[in-house]
Design a protein. Structure first.
Length: 118
């Protein structure tokens, strides 16, 4: 089972930037769908940015052009660079690894709070 540890949340003003990190206990090279989700107060958890097959990326429309997902060279960490943050980006952000060769159940990081104030 993949273990994920999230870090990097915080409080910023509108227009600010943050970088989230997710360290995995295994190589993430072969995990399709690995990425970031978020849950805003009173809302369902939603996809923010993920890696799809062939290392392509998929973003929520609301974050396109502002957020960037990336991996480190060692393929053990995934990052979410967030720029031009808006109050509506306020949420708990979670790293997620879908079921893979490492196990039939997906894994979630513990989540980090991102709060954007106007």
């Amino acid at each position: 089972q993949v273990q994920l540890v999230d870090s990097g949340g915080g409080d910023v003003r509108t227009g600010g930037s943050l970088r989230l990190s997710c360290v995995a206990s295994v190589s993430i090279l072969s995990i399709n769908g690995l990425g970031w989700y978020r849950r805003a107060p009173g809302k369902e958890r939603e996809l923010v940015a993920v890696f799809t097959e062939n290392n392509m990326t998929k973003y929520a429309d609301s974050v396109k052009g502002r957020f960037t997902i990336s991996k480190d060279r060692a393929n053990t960490s995934v990052y979410l660079q967030m720029t031009n943050l808006r109050p509506e980006d306020t949420a708990v952000y979670y790293c997620h690894a879908p079921p893979s060769s490492y196990g039939p159940w997906g894994s979630w990081g513990q989540g980090v709070q991102v709060t954007v104030s106007s």
